[in-house]
Design a protein around this ligand. Structure first.
Ligand code: FAD
Length: 256
């Protein structure tokens, strides 16, 4: 039986994602013909036109695990998606199931030991903003506000703070992920060390679907900005912590 036929016959078995059952419309399954299918099937790079059989907007690791188990049982190819900025649209698949984690976007900063727990679907701007708002800290992420934290970290991650603080994956302390068996595991220096090694630069979508990332964060002290408009350079003095609004480290970025 072909994938499409198997999917349409077996689809009810996947059911609605868990939070969707509790009435959260953001956690849903989008299929061809649904009003938001076009938007849901489009990544940042619009040169690719790919038509998944469905896009699951997961709300928790259990949704991801159920989807993986279901897809394997029915022979449906899957892709993980966070920010959708894969240059080659590797987070999409024709006739398959896209497991989108963008609803997993919570950021929590623990002040006392400077550790941030970040949902795998958070976009970088939201991560920087939350870190600044909660504790005036930052991590060495990338320089594009809409890139997803998962794809960035799993591929290494290089940004404005990297000369001082290293790659994004260097700041990674732990990850929660769902394996190909549908098991929800944690990987760190203490457990599943081989997976932890693979999470730090092994590339996206290879070793499981990541649902949460834990980072070491750093206090933001003084930040100076220099911008060049093609003719002259303008310089803004250090921005002291405590200022309200956007984190100083991202105030000068152009949105992409
Ligand atoms: C405009 C732009 C600016 C960029 N700027 C920078 C930069 O400053 N620094 C830098 O280092 N890189 C940068 N990149 C590259 C970017 O980090 C990579 O393309 C990254 O893979 C994108 O991650 P994403 O989650 O947004 O993309 P996605 O397309 O969602 O995912 C990328 C890959 O990771 C996989 N993946 C996604 N989520 C998960 C998950 N939860 N678990 C497992 N696998 C997953 C996908 O299957 C896919 O293979 C930029 C890219 C673009 C398009």
């Amino acid at each position: 039986m072909g994938t499409a036929a198997a999917l349409s016959l077996a689809w009810p078995a996947l059911g609605a994602p868990s939070q969707g059952k509790q009435g959260n419309p953001a956690c849903r399954i989008v299929r061809p013909g649904d009003p938001d299918y076009e938007e849901a099937r489009t990544d940042f790079n619009t040169r690719f036109s790919i038509f998944p059989r469905a896009i699951l907007f997961a709300c928790c690791a259990r949704d991801v695990a159920d989807a993986i188990v279901w897809a394997r049982r029915h022979g449906v190819p899957i892709r993980a998606r966070s920010g959708g900025h894969s240059y080659e649209a590797y987070s999409l698949v024709d006739d398959g199931l896209v497991i989108d984690v963008t609803q997993l976007d919570r950021v929590r900063v623990r002040h006392h030991d400077r550790i941030a727990t970040v949902g795998a679907g958070a976009a970088l701007l939201d991560v920087y903003q939350a870190m600044w708002d909660q504790a005036q800290v930052a991590f060495p992420g990338g320089s594009c506000s809409t890139v997803g934290v998962a794809g960035l970290t799993l591929g290494g991650g290089f940004g404005l703070l990297s000369r001082q603080l290293g790659l994004t994956c260097d700041a990674l302390l732990e990850g929660e992920m769902v394996t190909a068996d549908g098991e929800i595991v944690r990987a760190s220096d203490r457990e599943n060390r081989d997976l932890f090694w693979a999470l730090r630069g092994g590339g996206g979508g290879n070793f499981g679907i990541v649902t949460e990332l834990v980072f070491r964060v750093h206090p933001v002290t003084n930040v100076s900005l220099a911008t060049w408009d093609g003719r002259s350079t303008s310089y803004r003095p250090p921005c002291a912590p405590g200022s309200r609004g956007r984190p100083p480290s991202i105030a000068a970025w152009c949105p992409c």
